[in-house]
Design a protein around this ligand. Sequence first.
Ligand code: UDP
Length: 469
Amino acid sequence: MSQQTPHVVIVPSPGIGHLVPFIEFAKHLVQHHKFRVTCIIPTVGSPSDADRAALSSLPPTINHVFLPPIVVSFDDHSTAESNENTNPLIFAVTRSLPPLRDVLKSLMSTTHVVAFVADLFSTVSFDVAFEFNLTPYLFFPSNAMALSFVFYLPKLDEMVSCEFKDLPEPVQIPGCVPVHGRDLLEPVQNRQSEVYRWFFDITKRHVGLAKGIIVNTFMDMEARALKALLEEPGKPPVYPIGPLTRVGSSDPDDVSGSNCLTWLDDQPSRSVLFVSFGSGGTLSRAQLNELAFGLEMSQQRFIWVVRTPNDESSSAAYLRDQISDQKNPLDFLPEGFLERTKDRGITIPRWGQQVQILSHGSTGGFLTHCGWNSVLESVVNGVPLLAWPLYSEQKMNAVMLVKDLKVALMRPKPNEEDGLVIREEIAKVVKELMEGEEGKRVRKPVKDLMNAASKSLMEDGSSIKHFQS
Ligand code: UDP
């Protein structure tokens, strides 16, 4: 490949949930445009095993460089996106700008770099792109609804003086299902906070600087939201090119849980519920206990990726290396649970092979935190969801999945007194998804969406056309 082959630089913000879709995007760039790609990755702590696994087995046209790790101190109360002064994502990207500049300089001396792509949390790196006269693009690994909200926020901020969660009426984001203020994304939940000001600034200043915005969704999934985004003037052009999802192993060394795939082979078709809260989601001790009893009472088959519980934060595992967690999450399960459920359930500590589990014919439901990668991975496999949103934009995603697309059931409401979703309610909704009428009701829309997803990625499909434009 000659030095003149057009080269694209991509800069994901830290976290496997950002890296995964960026890598799939890189594969498309290579396949459809014959570009070369270099992925320059700011990291918090050191790169995780999941990061390394996601980057293994890529073609030689896609290179990667980890920037020197940035040390972020996580106190027990910090979450991935709500820590007041040191949002770890922004902190890491901002601190990584000098080495990013060095890597870019050296790359530009040997290759023909034509574009620079960052995500929302790494848009601070646009300034470096401008220094090198590069055209910056925004890659938005979430959906059109969240992107639409990014554009709508300045207007909402102007119209509303109270906290959004106190609004009596749902918020009407253009082209989207109405969402209650308390379900809007996490950084806007406290308007007095640093993180709100930072988010507001990014939406107002950085996003508009992008030459184009690439979003990981597709027409049939979010037609109205996309139409609103594509038609409203004054925005950079938007390219819906999804669903970009991973195929193959997320962990070649299979640190835990390879036997779960063999176990799945022996289960009846569509009979197993997969339970996982993404790369970072954590439950409190009490909630973990209720979930365990709920799964047991439901009498359904399950595979559950169990994390060490955390009573302070629902994203306590985010950006922390799962494998180096010294505690054994299974020790936090109720006494006798593993023995009592061994004939119908598998528990995997910390990290599971999500894509393989979701694509297995025995998997019939996914209890998920509604991270966008997880949602898309479920949809492309036609697996209906049980929405249990925790942080970030997950509550908005859940509303879209349940109310608009009708491919998911919502987990029961937490108790007013202690915020717990109790075991009886969990058992009921799990049973409903796997064997009840409501479960049947969501199966058809999710199958339709699966077929539409596959069409959108065909040569003449909507996403490929947007990709080529
Ligand atoms: N993942 C996995 N095994 C796990 C947990 C997560 O392979 O045990 C992968 C999952 O398949 C997805 C990504 O990690 O590709 C998580 O991204 P998502 O957007 O769903 O959630 P986030 O972790 O960013 O909240």
